[in-house]
Design a protein around this ligand. Sequence first.
Ligand SMILES: [Cu+2]
Length: 341
Amino acid sequence: MSDNFTFSKDKIWSRRQLLQIGLSGAGVLSAAAIWQMLNTKNHPSVRVPPMEVAASNGATNPMQVLRDFDYGTIKQENGRTVREFQLTAGTSTIQLNSAVSYNIWDLNGRIPGPTLRAKEGERIRIIFLNNAGHSHSLHFHGVHPAEMDGIRPVSNRRATIYEFDAEPYGVHLYHCHVAPVTRHIAKGLYGMFVIDPPKPRPPADEIVLIMSGYDVNDDNKNEYYAFNGVPHHYMHHPIQIYKNQLIRVYVLNIIEFDPAVTFHLHANFFDVYRSGMTMTPSEKTDVLTMGVAERHILEFAFRYPGKYMFHPHQDAIAESGCMGQFEVIAEKDSQKSVNKS
Ligand SMILES: [Cu+2]
């Protein structure tokens, strides 16, 4: 198979050239490493229980999706910070339960796609390679010129670059915008895009929860639902968190075919930062209604140890897989904890 990708303006780019314009390679500092250093310097540490990362289920590993942020690669160009990401669409299979496997489109080999993370004001460059056998695109929520809106299909084996400024700060998303969008999203082409505010939020154990649905028989109704790709995963593998530790959940509803769902947390209340676009919470609740593509930041801490469920309160949706639980533990009960920041 050819190792060449064609950009929209008919220029042929080899993988080597793509690497040279910054996909990876020598001389480019890892943004993640820099971020970690800054956090360590400026903030007291956040304690995170060691995570059990089980073998991946086809295209996804919900335990890995949970606390995994893609900070891209930082470059300085003409006095400006450019944060560059590479997203490659592909095809794979996911096991929805012991009997049902489902063909999906993935991004960088996973569903949901990587949680991209930047700081407000940076220049963002997304290098999108489509290797998924069908035309796709990446449409980012945010503020950008029309030509960067990502609604133009990118053919199979072609590539394109989206470039725009990271604004405004908040928790946003990206997804394929090729018709029918319902199908292209429900088959896996979506992810979260977090833009951090200029003044960082307080240190917290940060967790990504993305609600999605699967219509496996094409009847425009979902038969299965999930947090972070795999139905019921966090029921069988509870998310361990520490007692009295501030938890910051970045939550997104990308369930197609259902107009809205709620997010409900057991035995607690959470502060809501709508669209992640404020530094002070707008409300405190235990049930939050979210239309399709709505996303928020939720903050809470648990006072008592034990297992606590979270799920949409449309209970049929929860029972079809969109259900999980936190396991609150005392730090002394953990063998070794991970110093996160
Ligand atoms: Cu698509």
